[in-house]
Design a protein around this ligand. Structure first.
Ligand code: FES
Length: 149
């Protein structure tokens, strides 16, 4: 009798299976909600190494002209000045529109809400709350590279 009772206790029950299934669903749901959030935050948290990306046809730019390119998913404007190149984010700090370089005014203009930034990215006027981030530029063997982290 005692042996039979032990055998019955070890048999899986419907309730035990349902408890296990609810636990499994809870873990899967928790992972499905948590993992995307962690993956979203991961690149920002670790910073990442910077990447040098060549600016195509940079030598073809005359002083005052600009080129826009995408580096690691970021829009960057490269401006040729008399003494070299500068690289600055093309994304307005107000609501994220793409700014344009106006070579005659030597300013970046946002077409959305008329923010104006000087050649270093500082806010001159308009609703932009912060300056445009700048990026490191280097010239190696006649080629121009923008470094973005
Ligand atoms: S998005 Fe540039 S001024 Fe509003």
């Amino acid at each position: 009798m005692n042996k039979r009772m032990n055998a019955m206790e070890k048999q899986p029950t419907r309730r035990g299976f349902l408890d296990w299934l609810i636990g499994l669903c809870s873990v899967v749901t928790g992972a499905a909600l948590t993992v995307p959030g962690l993956l979203y935050l991961w690149p920002a948290a670790r910073g990442g190494a910077s990447e040098d990306v060549e600016v195509p046809n940079a030598s073809g730019l005359a002083p005052g002209q600009s080129a826009i390119l995408q580096v690691r998913g970021k829009a960057v404007i490269v401006v040729r000045e008399q003494t070299g190149f500068t690289a600055i984010s093309a994304v307005c700090t107000h609501l994220g529109c793409l700014v344009k370089w106006d070579g005659s005014r030597k300013e970046f203009l946002c077409p959305c809400h008329a923010a104006v930034f000087d050649k270093n990215g500082a806010v001159v006027s308009g609703p932009a709350p912060a300056p445009l981030p700048t990026y490191r530029v280097k010239e190696v063997d006649g080629k121009v590279y923008v470094s973005v982290a």
